[in-house]
Design a protein around this ligand. Structure first.
Ligand SMILES: [Zn+2]
Length: 200
């Protein structure tokens, strides 16, 4: 690597810090960038900064957004009375790709994990209860993963929502035990959403 000029070595070093990119791939990407058009490289650099500066959390569902409200929360055709609870923004992307859900989301930003010191106040459960308490929600679909933590989180939330006149359902069949929504194929995810069952 030392035979490269310092600026290329620096780019390789930074690229190699990205997940899934080893030094060989980093080298290939750095050289690709070196020989790519000015236009592409400038757009890439601008896009990286844009993501960093402009993406924030939707003030309603806590998914990733470019604005105060995300594209899903502000879409007039989405059913705001059906709220799907997921662990992470990546789960929203997975469910959207499956096309199985026409409601809105609530991103917890984690799961309950007592062993790791993550309690109910550390994820966005209070915000979910507040959303339901505010009215207008008919169904809450619990789509946390099927890991022990995901199941425990779903059960905890169902308990917290029991006092409200709202149907609480759980996506079921198809999502493998310990499964992370992001890695479940779209057909399976669609089935799991369609065959959700009532909790409690
Ligand atoms: Zn939103």
């Amino acid at each position: 690597m030392n035979h490269y000029p310092a600026s290329i070595r620096q780019l390789i070093k930074l690229m190699a810090r990205l997940p899934g990119i080893g030094e060989k791939t980093a080298e290939r990407l750095a050289l690709h960038i070196l020989y790519a058009s000015d236009h592409l490289v400038e757009e890439l650099a601008r896009s990286i900064l844009d993501v960093k500066h402009n993406v924030r959390l939707c003030s309603r569902c806590f998914s990733l957004s470019d604005a105060e409200l995300c594209a899903i929360c502000s879409h007039p055709a989405r059913d705001a009375a059906v709220v799907c609870v997921v662990e992470q923004p990546g789960d929203v992307a997975a469910l959207e790709k499956s096309g199985a859900f026409g409601g809105v989301y609530h991103v917890l930003s984690g799961v309950l994990s007592p062993l790791n010191g993550v309690g109910p106040d550390d994820i966005r459960i209070r915000e979910l209860v507040a959303r339901v308490a505010a009215g207008g929600v008919r169904e809450v679909v619990l789509a946390t993963g099927t890991s022990v933590e995901g199941e425990a989180t779903a059960a905890f939330i169902a308990g917290r929502l029991a006092a409200f006149p709202v149907a609480v359902t759980r996506i079921a069949a198809g999502v493998p035990m310990g499964g992370d929504l992001k890695y479940v194929d779209q057909v399976t995810l669609k089935k799991a959403m369609e065959s959700r069952r009532a909790l409690g």
